[in-house]
Design a protein around this ligand. Sequence first.
Ligand SMILES: [Zn+2]
Ligand SMILES: [Zn+2]
Length: 148
Amino acid sequence: MNKISDNKEMMGIFYRMAKEHGLKITPQRTAIYQELLKAKDHPSADVLYRRLIKKIPNISFDTVNRTLLTFSEIGIANVVEGYGQPKRYDPDMITHHHFRCIQCNNIIDFHNKAYDDITVPQEIQRQFTVLNKKVVLEGLCEKCSKKI
Ligand SMILES: [Zn+2]
Ligand SMILES: [Zn+2]
């Protein structure tokens, strides 16, 4: 289940965060954010661009790419672990975890209370400043395990 059920509330956060960071709210930026909110597949800029161009024929890849980077900078989207692929984005800022399929590269959200509560080991806390805890499981998704 995805916790972003209330898009209206998310749009409110979008307007507030944009305002706080002095980001002008343009129709294109709004459209990019709405499309990202709808996406459940942690899309890359390219994937999102291909969806947007159907609705906004004059939007450029560069705009989509830059806007997504800005969204991650002002804290309304997360960059998902990348493994050398193009950056992928996640509009869900609430603590959740990922299952990544090594075959089809799908990143699927899941929620788990025990994982939310994991504590960072002392030595890691001394070495790094931890801002975000997320468990990433890797393997084969349902679809890909059936193909074997
Ligand atoms: Zn898969
Ligand atoms: Zn996610």
